[in-house]
Design a protein around this ligand. Structure first.
Ligand SMILES: Cc1cc2nc3c(=O)[nH]c(=O)nc-3n(C[C@H](O)[C@H](O)[C@H](O)COP(=O)(O)OP(=O)(O)OC[C@H]3O[C@@H](n4cnc5c(N)ncnc54)[C@H](O)[C@@H]3O)c2cc1C
Length: 379
């Protein structure tokens, strides 16, 4: 068993860390405060291939296809700013179902658009609906056949890059009576008539990312944009989530690590009662626990990703990693705020932002409870 990164992974880590430190960290507080989309940062990321790093080279991406290597990059980006990293991640999230379920022709047509280094094109993956969140099979968006096309009608909510995306992957029912076997997925051009942006949500954290409702009103989509056979997309969505969960787990690790590192340095410098607060076990023991939990989370996430890289199922392990890391990020960031005392509560320091950002990790791409449902089915 080898716990070290390969030289190539070390280089990817340095690449992503450098970008996070140079471009994301200095911009994070301002985008968070203004709740503004970080176009400039995304343009810089696109230019160096860091927006579409998971897209294979033959489709114009940077070709980081190993999931472990993807995790190495994602941890650094989420260490930089979870809001900006989520905005960037929306592209990879839209690319994932195309990679998992798409034909060669679909990959050649759509992935290079998302990977264009000179032009930021946003992707959005539309699964969630107002009345179908955890219970995704219950979605009510319809795709009705019209000759060789489909007409898509329905409302999607909480969509990252929703309403501003160039490419949507939309999950819709082609047969409402067939349960999960009635779900199909479609690639939808963002310029199609009938798509309209709904409400943009104001959020607790991840404020640099754009989360919104999207309405589809009789949106015409040609049959060739359907991903995989009709009625097979639910299985594809589950496969997609199986592979994206380790990434959310490592995102939680990135946020937790940012808070832990800051709290550690602060504890060594802050003098109370004539000595650094670090020399109180009530402060230093939690720091030791934070570090332990962060490392445990990373190892769980890496194991799940490693299984995926071996073409093995990581359903149980990915859910374990995501559930553990979501809670872990909340515990670590809460303790980081406590370590800074009143300063931790103030916006003058970044810790309150990490605390706000951490909460999402146990919600999006399947809540902690849903991960436990997945796990208990497999135990
Ligand atoms: C910032 C943000 C970005 C997002 N981006 C996207 C995106 O790009 N694309 C997309 O499709 N979706 C996206 N989502 C949606 C996200 O995946 C859902 O919010 C999530 O899956 C939960 O669904 P829900 O909010 O409807 O909660 P609900 O399903 O209503 O759940 C409410 C609570 O009940 C619990 N619960 C539900 N069912 C059970 C059960 N059977 N057993 C135990 N507990 C249960 C849940 O765990 C949760 O605590 C995003 C959400 C957020 C907040």
């Amino acid at each position: 068993m080898d716990f070290s990164l390969t030289p190539e992974q070390e280089a990817l880590k340095e690449w992503a860390h450098g970008f996070a430190e140079r471009e994301m960290r200095p911009a994070a507080a301002e985008y968070d405060e203004r709740e503004e989309f970080p176009w400039e940062v995304l343009e810089k990321a696109a230019a160096i291939g860091l927006l579409a790093y998971s897209i294979p080279e033959e489709y114009g991406g940077s070709g980081v296809t190993s999931l472990v290597s993807n995790l190495v990059i994602a941890e650094e980006l989420f260490w930089g700013c979870a809001g900006i990293a989520t905005a960037m991640g929306g592209i990879g999230l839209a690319a994932l179902p195309i990679l998992e379920m798409g034909s060669e022709e679909q990959k050649r047509r759509w992935l290079p658009l998302l990977a264009d280094p000179n032009h930021v094109r946003l992707g959005a993956m539309c699964l969630t609906e107002p009345n179908a969140g955890s219970d995704v099979v219950n979605l009510s968006t319809r795709a009705v056949r019209d000759g060789s096309d489909y007409l898509i009608t329905g409302t999607k909510t909480f969509i990252t890059n929703g309403g501003i995306a160039d490419v949507y992957v939309v999950f819709a029912k082609t047969n409402p009576d067939a349960g999960y076997a009635g779900v199909s997925a479609f690639i939808v051009d963002g310029k199609s008539p009938g798509i309209s942006a709904g409400k943009k949500f104001k959020k607790l954290g991840l404020r640099a990312s754009h989360t919104a409702e999207v309405h589809f009103d009789q949106v015409r989509v040609p049959e060739e944009n359907r991903l995989g056979p009709e009625g097979m997309a639910f299985i594809g969505a589950m496969k997609m989530l199986e592979h994206s969960r380790p990434t959310v787990a490592i995102a939680a690790v990135g946020v937790a690590r940012a808070a832990y590192e800051f709290a550690l340095e602060y504890a060594k410098e802050r003098i109370q009662f004539g000595k650094p607060i670090y020399y109180n076990q009530a402060i230093s023991f939690p720091l030791a626990e934070m570090r332990t939990k962060i490392d445990a989370g990373r190892l769980l996430a890496y194991r799940a990703a490693w299984l995926a890289d071996q073409q093995k199922s990581c359903n149980l392990e990915g859910s374990m990693a995501k559930a553990f890391c979501g809670d872990m990020a909340m515990e670590v960031t809460t303790q980081a705020v406590q370590t800074l005392g009143g300063y931790g509560y103030m916006r003058d320091f970044p810790v309150e932002k990490w605390f706000r950002d951490a909460k999402i990790m146990s919600i999006y791409e399947g809540t902690t409870q849903i991960q436990k449902r997945v796990m208990t089915r497999l135990l």
